[in-house]
Ligand binder design. Structure first.
Ligand code: 5RP
Length: 218
């Protein structure tokens, strides 16, 4: 099975977590794009969908899936999103698509976070994938220097401005043995908006697409 077939398979499986009357959160990326196609089949059942990026909002609009603003809902029942890496402890690296800050907000506001990945993204220790860090433009150099002190090698993601008008540093060389601790440390650097470690609010369920079907990790 190709990686794309696994993404499709796991996106389809996520549909079983959507119940009538729910307000749901929708992530960003190619795996989630497959999920959005599936969601279109049941769009009449849900109350609305909160998008984690402008790209996802556009996709939802195109398929006439009712879009709602996070500020107008009390709670999001379930958030469906993918990740760039995931461990068996359900800690994630996200932000390959640059939407990490809004993704973190929607994940935080959701009762349940169902993360859908293909099995190539399952790792023992986070950090092979360069860690995305969203920074306020004027703080770019300062934040980069602070990250170097932590042992990371930050590289500016060229030509990318986030939906929030900020920049992304992709940080290599971090072996993330204590994800919660590093997530907090990075957040405490002045000028960092968010970082791609999702450990303080991990996924609640990991659906993993593989040749043997969809595995569920809790
Ligand atoms: C976007 C993300 C995505 O979930 C992550 O990059 C995975 O993307 P894909 O489904 O295209 O492999 O965090 O910011």
């Amino acid at each position: 099975m190709t990686q794309d077939e696994k993404k499709r398979q796991v996106a389809e499986a996520a549909l079983s977590y959507i119940k009538p009357g729910m307000t749901i959160g929708v992530g960003t990326g190619s795996t989630v794009s497959y999920f959005v196609e599936c969601l279109a089949r049941v769009k009449h059942l849900i109350d609305g969908a909160v998008a984690s990026s402008e790209a996802t909002a556009e996709r939802l609009r195109r398929l006439k899936i009712p879009l709602v603003d996070l500020n107008s809902v009390h709670e999001v029942a379930v958030y469906i999103d993918s990740s760039d890496e995931a461990t068996r402890h359900l800690h994630l690296i996200k932000g390959g698509g640059g939407a990490l800050t809004r993704e973190k907000i929607v994940a935080a506001a959701s009762r349940q976070f169902v993360c859908i990945i293909d099995d190539s993204k399952l790792v023992n220790v986070l950090g092979r994938f360069p860690l995305p860090v969203e920074v306020i433009p004027m703080a770019r150099s300062y934040v980069a220097r602070e990250i170097v002190k932590l042992g990371g090698q930050p590289i500016l993601r060229n030509g990318v401005t986030t939906d929030n008008g900020n920049l992304i540093l992709d940080v290599r060389n971090l072996s993330i043995l204590e994800p919660v601790k590093l997530e907090v440390t990075l957040n405490n650097i002045a000028g960092v908006v968010a970082n791609g470690i999702f450990a303080r609010r991990p996924a609640d369920l990991l659906l993993v697409g593989s040749d043997d079907g969809v595995r569920i990790l809790t």
